[in-house]
Structure formats: structure tokens, C-alpha cells
Design a protein around this ligand. Structure first.
Ligand code: ZN
Ligand code: ZN
Length: 368
């Protein structure tokens, strides 16, 4: 609870520093980060109002008031106001903002219809994105958050250790994925966020998800999986398996990828920029002749959302800082043939980096 109070206070200060009069935060990761309340995203408005000065308050539909009160937000000692079915919640909030409010910001995922309603209720004010303010807080994880990410990583590692039970020639990707999804829940996640099982040529499409393709002996298979744990933190890890002995060309490609991903996870340290970390792996892959087949950035930040700041990408001069958590997931994709990706979550520490996913990275050849 102290941690959430610290976040609210920091966000309030950042709001003032950004020259905003208030942040308006609807259900989603930002609301959960700031209040602990995992609110239902409904057509009715639920909104945290965080003024730069004065007390924050939560506006919820009357029928959600008990749920909001029972959530961690109820213990925060902030006002939770319910509105009735015929009340105008936008007007209600506009009236309570500081007089002559000129600039407010909404969370980046607020539904467009809600933003438009706020703009109509505040015709003289300019709207911006709260993400610009909140990303500075959310991308630097506290020790408690790093611990939560460690637990999430351990949970998805448990699923990867069981892949051999399900990834068997003769089964379809969809059948394997169904078992993996059950395994993700059994390992301690509350939701399955994604399951990618890309076998053979399907592995060359980074976000393939699944199909009815039957897995055959000799197939390399990209398995990229993640979920959300009960405390709201996300897991995300990729391993590429071979079902039976894969083609020699695949082994060659995998060795290059493993070298790149290992070098990148070992390179993590404060002060290195996001683009420098991206280049560490890209240079190795390019040097081996696969440069044109590494078609995405190296990674993304992770926390209460699977994809958040900081992005590990060319063009980002953002220096890594202690507490930043992100994926390191280079991949090599040969269209029509096969692909491979290795993905771990890493955290930047005071002295270097910590890898949170701890399953082996050598190619696992399952019985084919
Ligand atoms: Zn992934
Ligand atoms: Zn990822």
C-alpha cells in the first residue's frame, strides 16, 4: 500500500512538472499501477482524477462502487464517488477540476469515445497523453516490481520446461497451443496473454500464433508464450525447439542466434543506450549473413503490460537505468523454411543485468 501511495504522489508531482492540471485515468494498466484497482473496462466511465494540486479521487458508476471500495483503492484513503445511470460523469469531473483548466492528459488507452466526451465537457482545455508522464515512472521498476517480474518469469519457465509433454509430431499447432494455455494457467498465471506455436515455415512469421498445421518430425518450432500473474505483472519468453533432428541449416542459424542473444543479455548495464544494446545482437547476426532476416527490434519493456517502455530499438538513445525491465529477443526468419527466436526478460541493475528467465538456451531436440 505504501508503494501505491508513493506512485500516486510521484505521478501527481510529474503531472504538475509537465504543466498539466490533471491526469484522467480510465481502467487499464495505468489505473492498476496507480491505485491497485483492476476495474472493468465498461461503456460507463470509471476514472481516476489526479489533479496536479489537491486530492486525487475516483469516479465510478454506482453499481461499481462496492467493487472499487473492496479493491486496494478502497484502502488508499482517497474519495470514491459513485454516479447514477442518468448522471453525466464527464460534467461531474469537469466541474471538479481546477477552474479554467487549460491542459489535461488522458491515459493512452482511454477509449476515443471517452476522450471526446471529456473534450466536449472541457471545451477550453487541451488534451494530451498521460503516457508521456507515466512512462517515466512505470519503466523504472521498484524492487517489489522486479520481484513480481521474477515470479512471473519463473511461472512461464515452468511452462517451457513442460513443452516436451505436448510438442509431439502428428499433433497440430492448435492442439499443442491449447495444452500450453492450460499449462500457463496451471503455472500460476490468471490470464493467458498469447501463445505462439510456429512450426516449420510458420516459424518464419514472428507473430504467427497458431494454425491447424500438423507438426512433423524434423520441424523447428518457435514457442513464444506469456500471461499475467495475480499481482498484475506479465511474463513473456520464447524458446525454439526442434522436434526430431532439424535441418543442418537450421542448426547453423540457431548457433548464430544463440551467440547474439547471449551477447546481448550479457551486455546489459546502466548507461548503455537502447540502440547500442540492439546493435550488439544485430551486428553478430548481420556479420553471419542473416542481417536482412532479423526483421524486428530487439525487445520491449515489460511490467503491468507486456509491451511498454523502454523499447530496445535502433534510433532510441535512451540510456538503460537500474530497474528497467525489457525483453531481449532477437530472431532470424527464413521465409518459406523456418525461423528461430530466443527471448528472455532482463532487468538492468546497478552493476549490469539480471536475466529473469532461466530455462536453458541451447537448442532442445525433442523426440521426433
Ligand atoms: Zn514473446
Ligand atoms: Zn516479447
Amino acid at each position: 500500500m505504501d508503494e501505491i501511495k508513493r506512485r500516486l504522489a510521484a505521478a501527481q508531482k510529474a503531472t504538475g512538472d509537465a504543466g498539466l492540471e490533471a491526469l484522467l485515468v480510465a481502467p487499464g494498466a495505468d489505473l492498476r499501477y496507480l491505485t491497485g484497482y483492476q476495474a472493468l473496462p465498461l461503456e460507463r466511465l470509471t476514472c481516476l482524477v489526479l489533479p496536479a494540486e489537491g486530492d486525487p479521487f475516483l469516479v465510478v458508476p454506482l453499481l461499481e462502487q462496492a467493487a472499487a471500495q473492496a479493491s486496494p483503492a478502497g484502502a488508499l484513503d482517497i474519495e470514491i464517488t459513485g454516479f447514477g445511470e442518468t448522471d453525466d460523469a464527464y460534467e461531474l469531473i469537469a466541474r471538479r477540476l481546477p477552474p479554467r483548466t487549460r491542459r489535461f492528459a488522458v491515459d493512452n488507452h482511454m477509449w476515443a469515445e471517452k476522450l471526446l466526451a471529456f473534450q466536449a465537457a472541457l471545451p477550453d482545455a487541451q488534451a494530451g497523453l498521460a503516457g508521456d508522464v507515466l512512462l517515466e515512472l512505470r519503466m523504472r521498476k521498484s524492487p517489489q516490481e522486479v520481484e513480481a517480474l521474477r515470479r512471473a518469469a519463473a511461472a512461464i519457465d515452468r511452462v517451457h520446461r513442460r513443452i516436451g509433454e505436448w510438442l509431439i509430431p502428428g499433433r497440430t499447432e492448435a492442439e499443442v497451443a491449447k495444452d500450453i494455455a492450460d499449462g500457463i494457467l496451471a503455472a500460476g498465471h490468471t490470464t493467458v496473454d498469447f501463445v505462439i506455436v510456429g512450426s516449420g515455415p510458420n516459424g518464419a512469421s514472428p507473430h504467427h500464433e497458431v494454425s491447424d498445421r500438423v507438426i512433423r518430425s524434423g520441424d523447428p518450432v518457435v514457442v513464444d508464450i506469456g500471461g499475467t500473474t495475480p499481482d498484475g505483472y506479465c511474463s513473456d519468453s520464447t524458446r525454439t525447439y526442434a522436434v526430431g533432428e532439424p535441418p543442418a541449416a537450421f542448426r547453423e542459424l540457431y548457433e548464430v542466434l544463440l551467440r547474439a542473444q547471449t551477447a546481448q543479455t550479457e551486455a546489459v548495464r546502466p548507461g548503455l543506450t537502447a540502440e547500442e544494446l540492439d546493435a550488439v545482437g544485430r551486428d553478430i547476426i548481420t556479420g553471419a549473413g542473416y542481417g536482412e532476416h532479423f526483421i524486428h527490434r530487439t525487445g520491449h519493456g515489460i511490467g503491468m503490460e507486456t509491451h511498454e517502455e523502454p523499447y530496445i530499438v535502433a534510433g532510441s538513445a535512451r540510456p538503460l537505468e537500474p530497474g528497467m525491465a525489457f525483453s531481449v529477443e532477437p530472431g532470424i526468419y527464413l521465409p518459406g523454411r523456418f525461423g528461430a527466436r530466443i527471448e528472455d526478460i532482463a532487468v538492468c541493475t546497478e552493476t549490469g543485468g539480471e536475466r529473469l528467465n532461466l530455462t536453458g538456451r541451447d537448442l532442445v531436440v525433442l523426440p521426433g
